[in-house]
Design a protein around this ligand. Structure first.
Ligand code: APR
Ligand code: PHB
Length: 390
């Protein structure tokens, strides 16, 4: 089989690119390792930059996002039993974010692919790219005993952190940058009314906490936990009790608790792989970079990769102009590293670091005091949170 663009990975990155290219008459195939139900069963983040939301509309997938998503013009940082509001609208020059779950967004992308009869193959085994340095790369995968070959012009590695694409780049070419954090996030999803109409990021001596939402009847909460903790250490009651301890008293008093419908622990990691191109292979999203979720950049960084790749591919196929493809890795990485910096800064500002010295703790407190005493500092936070220009 021959296609123009073969995409490995049916997560938000791969599906969004496939949809955008299809609308431009560029044919793609998406090869996904798992079933659709499995992909949609993963609970991930839910804060979209306005640039990403615009890209979803351009992909003709924004209707439900605009109908069910919430526009948030600010969020709170709770510390020392007080709540300080970050007015995104005021400090970003009138911008905001869209709160809409990644699971719903991915569902919308799948439905849009179906509507356009997009070629998405699930339960793909042993996908492997080949001849990436030639003018005729191809991807093989196993369908039961059958070995399937997809000839293509370009291969997109949108297969996440544990995918095959990044590992296809020779070690002497690939450089990896990583920072691991000495804690994780225990996340709970519950069919309860959110405790606040806007997100609350809480810095507390017992550790970080986050109050987020998916809708007015579906709440998402996180607490910082040691990496050694296990899910069985955290029955629902223990989770709710600890969350309340880490929130200002008046907020804790309003918290509606209930049975968790999803509960998971995720380690925190910062990771970047360079370059994001190797011959005819282009990496996008988690396949090339990971951020701790504190800055809500993961999905948005993936979307900016797709923005650059989409325009570069259209310029190539429609105008024979390869300048976008040539510049892709450098352009995408420039924005990725800004998201890395912001996510590291938010994580350092709001978490309890077990090995912090009293001096470190003082610096952390001062960083927060400076933030809420300086319009310029709030401006920097706001412009990064709503999304830097593409
Ligand atoms: N072959 C085919 N598909 C694969 C393979 C493989 N060898 N390995 C992984 N995949 C699939 C995964 O099953 C997953 O569905 O690739 C997809 C990658 O999707 P994501 O991990 O969601 O990555 P991405 O699409 O880049 O989205 C990034 O996801 O993890 C969040 O915080 C992250 O929000 C960010 C977003
Ligand atoms: C979420 O809603 O899951 C969420 C929101 C903001 C973050 C991280 C996660 O920074």
């Amino acid at each position: 089989m021959k296609v123009q663009v073969c995409i490995i990975g049916g997560g938000p990155s791969g599906l969004l690119l496939s949809q955008l290219l299809h609308l431009q008459g560029i044919d793609t195939i998406v090869l996904e390792k798992h079933s659709r139900d499995y992909v949609l069963s993963r609970i991930r983040a839910g804060v979209l930059e306005h640039g990403f939301a615009a890209l979803m509309r351009e992909a003709q997938c924004g209707e439900r996002m605009d109908r069910e998503g919430e526009i948030h013009e600010g969020f709170y940082i709770a510390h020392d039993d007080v709540m300080d509001r970050v007015d995104l609208n005021k400090y970003s020059g009138g911008s905001s974010v869209v709160v809409y779950g990644q699971t719903e967004l991915t569902r919308d992308l799948y439905e849009a692919r179906d509507k356009m009869k997009g070629n998405v193959v699930h339960n793909v085994a042993d996908a492997a790219p080949h001849d990436l340095k030639s003018d005729a790369p191809y991807v093989t995968y196993r369908d039961g005993d059958r070995l399937v070959r997809i000839d293509c012009d370009y291969v997109i590695g949108a297969d996440g952190f544990h995918g095959v694409s990044r590992t296809s780049i020779p070690k002497d070419v690939l450089r990896e940058y990583e920072r691991l954090y000495p804690f994780g996030w225990l996340g709970v999803l519950s069919r309860t009314k959110p405790v606040s109409p806007e997100l609350i990021y809480s810095k507390h001596e017992r550790g970080f906490a986050l109050c987020s939402l998916r809708s007015q009847t579906l709440s998402r909460y996180y607490i910082q936990v040691p990496l050694t903790d296990k899910l069985e250490d955290w029955p629902d009651d223990a989770f709710w009790a600890e969350l309340k301890r880490r929130l200002p008293q008046d907020v804790a008093a309003k918290l509606v608790t209930g049975p968790s419908i999803e509960k998971s622990i995720a380690p925190l990691r910062s990771f970047v792989a360079e370059p994001m191109r190797y011959g005819r292979l282009f990496l996008a999203g988690d396949a090339a970079h990971i951020v701790p979720p504190t800055g809500a950049r993961g999905l948005n960084s993936a979307a900016s990769d797709i923005y650059y790749l989409y325009h570069a591919m259209v310029d190539h196929y429609k105008k024979g102009d390869d300048s976008g493809l040539e510049a892709y890795s450098q352009k995408a990485l420039a924005r990725v590293w800004k998201a890395q910096r912001f996510s590291w800064w938010m994580t350092t500002l709001l978490h309890r670091f077990p090995n912090n010295t009293p001096y470190d703790d003082k610096l952390q407190e001062t960083e927060l005091q400076y933030l809420f005493s300086s319009e310029k500092a709030l401006g920097s936070l706001a412009e990064n949170y709503v999304g830097l220009p593409f």
